[in-house]
Write a protein that binds this ligand. Structure first.
Ligand code: NAG
Length: 111
């Protein structure tokens, strides 16, 4: 009985990992959080929701060390970096939902 419980737990962890669509590049260790934004778009039946999040700080440009985009809904959405990123002073992150789903992401940028 106990082994089934453990098996179930392991399976859950695996499923969570498979469904995880967080984007994590570079490192946030010892980094300073220089940008944080939460994106929430509601779902529209049969529609793919997309959102571009652009970060750039013209007054105080700093080289980005790490980027994290966390899927707060644990959905099947995708996050990709379309320009800039780690090693640049700017970044564009594109969020794309599954058809018929919404988007709920938190973007964090570390320098
Ligand atoms: C740019 O960086 C400065 C210093 O860290 C900060 O005070 C300012 O809010 C930043 N601006 C933007 C648009 O992030």
């Amino acid at each position: 009985m106990a082994s089934w419980t453990i098996f179930g737990l392991v399976l859950c962890v695996l499923l969570v990992n498979v469904n995880s669509t967080d984007l994590q590049v570079g490192s946030s260790v010892n980094g300073e959080l220089i940008f944080m934004e939460t994106v929430k778009l509601s779902s529209i039946p049969l529609k793919v929701r997309t959102k571009n999040v652009f970060y750039n700080n013209g007054t105080n440009p700093r080289v980005i060390k790490g980027i994290a985009a966390i899927d707060l809904d644990r959905s099947k959405a995708r996050a990709t970096i379309t320009s800039g990123g780690v090693g640049s002073t700017f970044a564009n992150i594109k969020l794309k939902s599954e058809r018929g789903d919404g988007l709920h992401y938190q973007i964090q940028i570390f320098a």
